[in-house]
Design a protein around this ligand. Structure first.
Ligand code: ADP
Ligand code: MG
Ligand code: MG
Length: 898
């Protein structure tokens, strides 16, 4: 196998590059693009790349070199020395190189780079002689020792920074640039001493000379250790975590680029900088980037000195020509790559060198503008423009955000669980949030973690902040579903819900009820006080791309919404109907009382009265929903959750009773509470999610589905009489056998017929079911005979297929499964192949039972771009997702169709 590839020119100026841009899985992104730039004739300092596969072989063999690899590297090193006419470590005119990591996927800042390699006590003399610049030479040497010690040996960078600070104090130097050549020479000696004192002879016997560790003088040793360190950086904890978060495979490895150094720190006609071929923030086609005169490498990003905009390059004496050449190269790169590129460059004494290019990261707004502009410029096609925008990124544009001009201090950080920003008074219970909302006050609900009991408060609050739980915790999932901003897992937050306050660990900050706080769920931060918010403007660009997407997609997009405002929002975002209207959300607030009365009373009359009240309330809800969605389908799901979710927590009652008893409370009240508690206890189930819920509720309490169907049908009849075109559909949840559906379908049909009779209007209402239990999926041919439509409830289907409780996925084993790769990803976020197989089977069998059946997906997966692609390929008719994710789903569906 070939393990090393050359790039750049030889001594005669011939291009000897062996790779190209399509080899990023072999050469890494940086290596492949250095090769490509060399091939198209751009000025690239010559070098060679060691492959990613070598890194993996080395790592898998317990950090030992595969046979022949070191010889091959040595051969390419000698070849590079010949091409440059200089030798590494030479005492007369030394070649210096950088050793740069570069993985197939960009992992910014995750792995390491060493500059100025090849300097030692001999070659420094050659560098001084050749450059006639002792200050520059000593500065290069001290940077090398510093980087080598930090990156390769893992020494604490502060050891060196402190030495520099001390030196500046002693010499009365204000900044680094005030240090003289002699000062720097002294620093080099001190740095070598720090090295000897801090590197263990046991770990590095190779570096022991005369009984103690010495900074390596042999260039071969320097090079080998640096390459090994870059290989090792692939598996450092930072890089491993980054890969996990960005779904990058662990077995790709990183390449190593050994490249001739060029120097941006050789005086005022030298510079170094970074640039984008267009504005990465807003997409404007302009000369965009920053540079620093007389600087090296990381100085630009490190922010130690103020950079200048590269547009100025073209005006600065000595840099003008390089500036013009750079601008020309922007055009060459864009034409060649047909995309916006990100560039690193260095100017050495007026001569421009290209050190890196890759497709540039950009904000969502810039992505849209660039895609559309490039289509107009004829650089890319419409289809490519659609592919250029990451659906996930659109989220940035669809929620309120902190005003860019606002200033604020971040007091704590957590996970960015649900995007958007929220400002409000801190409240510590759902009830307080509901109460505040009723009084017109805005709140942020602060909880340890949320439970279904908090739902009303979550709806009432502007945003949700929790100290526990990850991105698929209850708070996160519900918040995303509602489109509410959520920051979760803020570990520094020490909540005392009883006292209604929260302390921030490590500070003396205490947030009390009523204090204004701001959260940003896009970045996961908590801020004290109210930050100004800006509502997102849906720019014309977003509309344009989505219109293009609608032209190509075949998958329908609906929304999950259960109130008229959300329904309207969904419509505005382009939803073609409501795929899931959850009626239990209509039973909160005041209505919880009514449903409690129904559940807890034996008395038939009291019960019927409660149901009549619920009927009126629900009819009003449906009326508003169907009106907002006039002409479009609205699937209403009959009551689904276990009844106990509507009851008080028996534990809370227990506490209340204990308190009353301790304080000598009224005996009658205590007895009443106790009776209530016993009653509630009688509804307790070991596994409520597998218990009396879904269609089972309707079979045990037929009065409930009758009431709901009557409310749906009556609302429809009223709207029809007003001349509108309401299109409700009735969905029966949690069916496992066709007999359940047959029974409830008959109940629904009879109820609809009664309403038709009473209202004197003809009502066509399709009746279907959710497929969310494996048995339903595998007997979908039977169930299909009784269903006009299927909606795959992939949240519950995932839960019941795996037998994982979706409310507990964050707790014990699932995180470990993910860490150990027993599960490749969280199946509640992106649909699992096994679950997808059940969906596919359900779709196919469903068509056996009813050739005209409509099949969709509701649940979080409907708004996940990766899942949308899978659902497209399975042949579903539509996906339904939260209103805010409708635009994403439209785009993802188009990308799936291309
Ligand atoms: P990263 O992947 O973190 O960007 P790089 O390998 O690109 O790391 O190195 C960081 C910086 O070091 C580059 O942007 C460049 O300024 C400098 N650098 C790397 N190699 C060379 C070189 N051969 N000559 C001059 N500067 C270099
Ligand atoms: Mg770089
Ligand atoms: Mg369900």
């Amino acid at each position: 196998v070939k393990r090393v590839y050359a790039f750049g020119k030889d001594a005669q100026g011939n291009n000897v590059t062996e790779g190209d841009k399509d080899m990023k899985y072999i050469l890494g992104g940086k290596g492949a693009n250095l090769a490509e730039m060399a091939v198209i004739g751009l000025p690239v300092p010559p070098g060679f790349t060691i492959t990613c596969q070598t890194c993996m072989e080395y790592a898998n063999a317990g950090n030992t070199w595969p046979e022949g690899a070191l010889d091959e590297i040595n051969k390419y090193r000698q070849d590079l020395e010949e091409r440059m006419g200089k030798r590494i470590g030479d005492a007369d005119d030394p070649l210096l190189v950088s050793v740069r990591s570069g993985a197939p996927m960009s992992m910014p800042g995750m792995m390491d780079t060493v500059l100025n390699l090849g300097l030692n006590d001999e070659s420094i003399k050659g560098l001084i002689k050749h450059t006639e610049n002792p200050r520059f030479s000593w500065d290069s040497y001290r940077r090398f020792i510093q980087m080598f010690s930090n990156v390769v040996m893992g020494l604490d960078g502060d050891l060196f920074e402190n030495a520099i600070t001390t030196k500046k104090l002693v010499k009365g130097a204000k900044s680094d640039t005030d240090l003289t050549a002699e000062d720097l020479e002294e620093l080099v000696a001190e740095f070598k001493q720090i090295f000897s004192d801090n590197v263990s002879a046991e770990d590095y016997p190779l570096l022991v000379v005369d009984g103690k560790v010495q900074f390596p003088q042999d260039p071969d040793t320097q090079l080998r250790l640096a390459i090994e360190a870059v290989f090792g950086s692939w598996n450092n904890p930072r890089a491993t975590l980054y890969r996990k978060q960005n779904k990058i495979a662990d077995d790709l490895g990183t390449a190593v680029n050994v490249q001739t150094m060029v120097f941006g720190n050789k005086g005022n006609t030298s510079a170094t900088g970074v640039a984008f071929t267009r504005n990465a923030a807003d997409g404007t086609n302009e000369f965009y980037g920053d540079y620093l005169v007389n600087a090296q490498g990381e100085d630009v990003v490190a922010g130690i000195r103020n950079t200048s905009p590269i547009a100025e390059l073209k005006e600065v004496e000595g840099l003008q020509e390089a500036g013009r050449e750079l601008e020309g190269i922007f055009g060459i790169l864009e034409n060649h790559y047909r995309d916006m590129m990100d560039i690193e460059f260095t100017i050495e004494q007026g001569k421009l060198w290209m050190l890196q290019t890759r497709v540039g990261k950009r904000t969502a707004a810039a992505a849209l503008k660039i895609a559309i502009d490039m289509e107009k410029e004829g650089l890319i096609t419409k289809e490519e423009a659609i592919q250029r925008v990451d659906p996930e990124q659109l989220d940035q544009l669809l929620h309120p955000q902190f005003d860019k001009n606002a200033t604020y201090d971040v007091v704590a950080r957590g996970l960015n669980a649900s995007p958007g920003a929220a400002v409000g008074e801190a409240v510590f219970s759902a009830a307080d949030a509901v109460e505040a909302k009723a009084e017109g006050r805005k709140t942020v609900l602060v909880r340890w973690e949320t439970t279904p009991d908090d739902l009303a408060g979550m709806i009432a609050a502007e945003g949700i902040l929790t100290s526990h739980g990850g991105k698929t915790s209850h708070a996160a999932v519900i918040a995303r579903g509602m489109g509410a901003p959520c920051v979760c897992g803020v570990e520094a937050l020490r909540i005392d819900a009883e006292k209604k306050e929260a302390a921030i660990a490590g500070t003396d900050i205490v947030i009390r009820e009523g204090d204004m706080i701001s959260i940003d769920g896009t970045t996961g931060i908590l801020v004290l006080g109210a930050v100004d918010l800006v509502m997102p403007e849906l720019t014309g660009d977003l509309d344009t791309i989505l219109a293009w997407a609608d032209e190509v997609r075949t998958l329908g997009i609906r929304a999950n919404a259960d109130n008229p405002a959300d329904a309207q929002l969904s419509r505005d975002f382009g939803a073609e109907g409501i795929g899931l209207c959850r009626t239990e959300h209509m039973f909160l607030g005041d209505r919880k009382q009514i449903i409690q009365t129904f559940i807890l009373n034996e008395d038939q009359e009291v019960r019927e009265e409660a149901v009549a009240k619920l009927f009126e309330a629900q009819k009003g809800d449906f009326y508003g929903m169907f009106k907002a969605m006039d002409g479009l389908p609205v699937i209403v799901r009959l009551l689904d959750p276990p009844l106990h979710e509507f009851l008080e927590s028996p534990r809370a009652l227990d506490v209340e009773i204990a308190k009353l008893e301790a304080t000598g409370g009224d005996a009658a009240v205590i007895a009443e509470k106790r009776a209530l508690m016993e009653k509630i206890d009688s509804f307790a189930e070991q596994n409520p999610m597998l218990g009396l819920r879904g269609c089972r509720l309707g079979i045990v309490y037929p009065i409930l589905p009758v009431m709901q169907v009557r409310a749906i049908a009556t609302a429809m009849a009223e709207l029809k009489k007003e001349g509108l075109d309401p299109k409700p559909e009735i969905m029966i949840p949690l069916v496992s056998t066709v007999n359940e559906l047959a029974k409830l379908r008959a109940v629904a049909e009879q109820t609809i017929a009664e309403v038709e009779e009473a209202e004197g209007v003809k009502l066509e209402i399709p009746i279907g079911t959710m497929i969310e239990l494996p048995r339903a999926a595998v007997t979908a041919d039977e169930i299909g005979t009784k269903a006009d439509f299927f909606s795959f409830g992939t949240n519950d289907l995932t839960q019941t297929t795996f037998g994982f409780s979706r409310d507990d996925v964050e707790s014990e084993f699932v995180p470990q499964y993910l860490a150990e790769k027993i599960l490749p990803y969280n199946p509640f976020a992106t649909v699992d192949p096994g679950v997808a197989k059940l969906v596919k089977m359900g779709v196919e069998l469903g068509h056996v039972g009813n050739p005209d059946i409509t099949c969709g997906v509701c649940g979080e997966h409907g708004g996940d771009p990766d899942s949308v692609k899978i659902f497209h390929s399975i042949g579903l008719d539509y996906v339904s997702c939260s209103p805010y994710r409708v635009p994403l789903a439209r785009l993802a569906a188009a990308q799936a169709a291309l």
